[in-house]
Write a protein that binds this ligand. Structure first.
Ligand code: ADP
Length: 445
């Protein structure tokens, strides 16, 4: 096991990683921008290093500063959390060159899955069902028209380097394809510095279902069930649950085994998520995330595993400590992403937290770094906490979630807590009947 892990992230995920390290007796180093000097993960870490000014480009994305912080503190591994440098193959490679372990998959796997065109081709080769579409990138109008006609309209043009729900354009008919292609290319170039785009069938009413996989880089891999993340706003997940209310045990086993077999074949190491759209009983691969996900706690709740500790074990060279037959799914879990935002307009609401009362009790987990007196800086993502509730079945989970939300008090700023309270009054939510467009339609009502 590692002796000292540097946590190259902030907020609730930095705290999450710190907790896993502490339970394993591993020393922790927090890095932070000047705006995060009083953050909880900094206060709790064994050591901390300021790596730059508030802007993420100059701090949390500043590779030389992070490598220097490792050298100053003698950290032998880095956990990147999610976002920031977590899917940066160059960062993983630089750490390797400095003899520092990157807690995540190989730089090669990060880079294959980071390019969505290559990821799709790889998935297809490994026997994972993909969304029908172009076999690679599409650059000219004629080619786009031909491919779109073959797939059938509507089609979606997506950026190869896309992420965070950005860089997608729908074309409903042939009249729209030229404009969609050129705007998608321009936006891809501006946002991601790469104008490569590809085309796939636009699915009308799918659910977003993703499979959590875990490998040890030695050819052992398992699946840890799926999460349903269909409740989205602007392609960003808002509420996630495990297991999906839409799947039965046979479907779960089939898609899970397809994914774990693929991961074993590619000798994938660490935690990964294979994302699918699911419509009319069929799965369509959209992308793979080669890191821990925001929503990993719902999987932890139903499997009893600590995914961060498993990441640390595997990254330090251990073989997978469990086989597929050791994994059992117990009950149901739901996560609500609590953002510092107005619950109706979603306008950011940074500022000073005056008081906090977090819910507790059986089956309730809160992952959050906020405390009374803490000032939420305006420079970063507005996620300030996650409420995760576990019950013996989905119904108990919903009842418990209602109870926990009722106890949750955050004073001084606005949060999205009232949105979740509203959702719990909706029959479709109670019945688990929603697709990826449900939330936006609900919000437009
Ligand atoms: P990102 O990396 O930006 O998150 P994804 O490929 O994971 O992009 O897609 C994000 C979301 O966009 C999906 O969860 C889904 O809501 C929507 N989406 C992506 N591909 C399609 C598609 N072919 N048809 C319909 N919706 C899609």
């Amino acid at each position: 096991m590692f002796e000292k892990v540097l946590i190259a992230n902030r907020g609730e995920i930095a705290l999450r990683v710190l907790r896993a390290c502490r339970e394993l007796g591993v020393q922790t180093v927090a890095v932070h921008s000047t705006a995060d000097a009083t953050a909880m993960h900094v206060r709790l870490a064994d050591e901390s290093v300021c790596i730059g000014p508030p802007s993420a480009t100059d701090s949390y994305l500043n590779i030389p500063a992070i490598v220097a912080a490792c050298e100053i503190t003698g950290a032998d591994a880095v956990h990147p959390g999610y976002g920031f440098l977590s899917e940066n193959a160059r960062f993983a490679k630089i750490l390797e060159e400095h003899d520092i372990a990157f807690i995540g998959p190989s730089a090669e796997h990060i880079s294959v899955m980071g390019d969505k065109i290559e990821a799709k081709l790889t998935a297809k080769k490994l026997g994972i069902p993909v969304v029908p579409g172009s076999d690679g990138g599409v650059s000219g109008f004629d080619e786009a028209r031909r491919v779109a006609k073959e797939i059938g309209y509507p089609v979606l043009i997506k950026a190869a380097a896309g992420g965070g729900g950005r860089g997608m354009k729908v074309a409903l008919s042939e009249d729209e394809i030229d404009t969609a292609l050129s705007t998608a290319q321009t936006e891809a170039k501006v946002n991601f510095g790469d104008d490569a785009v590809y085309i796939e069938r636009y699915l009308g009413t799918p659910r977003h279902i993703e499979v959590q996989v875990f490998g040890d880089g030695k050819g052992n891999a398992v699946y840890l069930g799926e999460r349903d993340c269909s409740l989205q706003r602007r392609h960003q997940k808002v509420w996630e649950e495990a297991l999906s209310p839409a799947l039965n045990a046979a479907q779960r086993k089939e898609i899970g085994e397809t994914c774990s077999k693929a991961m074993a074949e590619m000798k994938y190491s660490g935690a990964g998520t294979v994302e699918f759209l699911y419509e009319d009983g069929e799965f369509f691969f959209i992308e793979m995330n080669t890191r821990l996900q925001v929503e990993h706690p719902v999987t932890e709740a139903i499997t009893g595993l600590d995914l961060v500790q498993e990441q640390l074990r595997v990254a330090s060279g251990a073989t997978l400590g469990f086989r597929q037959e050791d994994i059992h799914f117990s009950g149901h879990a739901i996560e609500c992403r609590i953002n510092a935002e107005n619950a109706e307009t979603f306008a950011p609401s940074p500022g000073r937290v005056i008081g906090v009362h977090q819910p507790g009790g059986l089956g309730v987990r809160v992952d959050s770094g906020i405390y009374a007196g803490y000032s939420i800086p305006p420079y970063y993502d507005s996620l300030i906490g996650k409420l995760i509730v576990h019950g013996r079945d989905r119904n108990e989970c919903l009842m418990r979630l209602r109870r926990a939300l009722g106890e949750y008090v955050i004073e001084g700023i606005e949060t999205t807590i009232p949105l979740f309270q509203r959702l719990l009054g909706e029959t479709d939510i109670i019945d688990g009947e929603y697709d990826i467009h449900w939330l936006e339609k609900f919000l437009a009502r």
